[in-house]
Write a protein that binds this ligand. Structure first.
Ligand code: NAD
Length: 257
């Protein structure tokens, strides 16, 4: 396989499982030198991802930070990754940031209390914003920022209005920041997964009727796999995507076309 990310240093949030883990492993397969595996609470899962990355020949470090703490968590995450990069490679700078961590509780309008609203917006929007702010000076020229959004930014989601709005705002942030980073050749893009078979969806996908409905959403009549999204992220992170910025790339398997 070609090694499109040879020698690159990347930080992936929420990489202990699901899409983030698949992205971190895709980066390792593409030749990344060091991958930061951020996680919220499950240290064992993060260490398992670290070992999988190491087995692919890359270095990896697990970094905890509870993104419900917003700016403080983003700054702590940056400090820890910076120190790890200096220790591993003697250089705090890195090339790729993937804001993947997110939460998606199903709460319709009438069921959404203020605490839930604040938590969704903090994890999905506020923390990525302050993480980008914190790492900006350490990102190398020609670097990459990829924000993981959702197909619900395009498809109406009355079951998840705050989640959809938090990701819509993340996409608008992607657009707003692209000119600032373009001055250094850094691209800023978003990816919109559809329904992907991860722990996030394990509960409701256990119901055969719900599962069939989710499969029918895609033009390909199946659920997405984390790798289906990870490979789109890896493309955007690669030199091949140097001329693409401020875009939200659909990775919903053609849902609701
Ligand atoms: P997941 O629940 O399997 O993993 C989410 C990750 O985010 C975990 O690693 C978790 O540690 C991290 N995270 C959650 N809350 C956190 C917190 N407070 N602090 C720190 N980390 C926290 O989910 P996934 O399916 O892999 O989703 C990854 C991203 O893709 C999310 O942003 C999600 O909104 C988006 N997405 C997923 C789907 C899907 O169908 N799975 C569809 C569209 C978009």
């Amino acid at each position: 396989m070609s090694q499109r990310l040879s020698g690159k240093v990347a930080l992936v949030t929420g990489a202990s499982r699901g899409i983030g883990r698949a992205v971190a492993l895709a980066f390792a397969r593409e030749g990344a030198a060091l991958v930061g595996v951020h996680y919220g609470a499950n240290a064992d899962a993060a260490q398992a991802t670290v070992r999988e990355i190491e087995a692919l020949g890359a270095r990896a470090v697990a970094i905890p930070a509870d993104l419900r703490q917003g700016k403080a968590a983003a700054e702590s995450l940056h400090r820890q990754f910076r120190a790890a990069a200096v220790e591993a490679l003697g250089d705090p700078r890195f090339d790729i940031l993937v804001n993947n961590a997110g939460i998606a509780p199903a709460r319709a309008l009438a069921e959404t209390d203020e605490a839930t609203f604040d938590e969704i917006v903090t994890v999905n929007l506020k923390a990525p914003f302050f993480l980008i702010q914190a790492v900006a000076d350490d990102l190398r020229d020609d670097g990459r920022i990829v924000n993981v959004s959702t197909g619900f930014a395009r498809i109406a989601a009355p079951s998840h209005p705050v989640y959809a709005a938090s990701k819509g705002a993340l996409e608008t942030l992607t657009l707003a920041l692209a000119p600032t980073f373009a001055a250094r050749g850094i691209t800023v893009n978003a990816v919109r997964p559809g329904v992907i078979e991860t722990d996030m969806n394990a509960g409701w996908l256990a119901d055969p009727q719900a599962r069939a409905g989710a499969e029918a959403l895609s033009a390909f009549s199946r659920l997405g796999h984390p790798d289906d999204v990870a490979e789109v992220v890896a493309f955007l992170a690669s030199p091949a995507a140097r001329w693409t910025t401020a875009q939200s790339l659909d990775a919903t398997g053609g849902s609701k076309l």
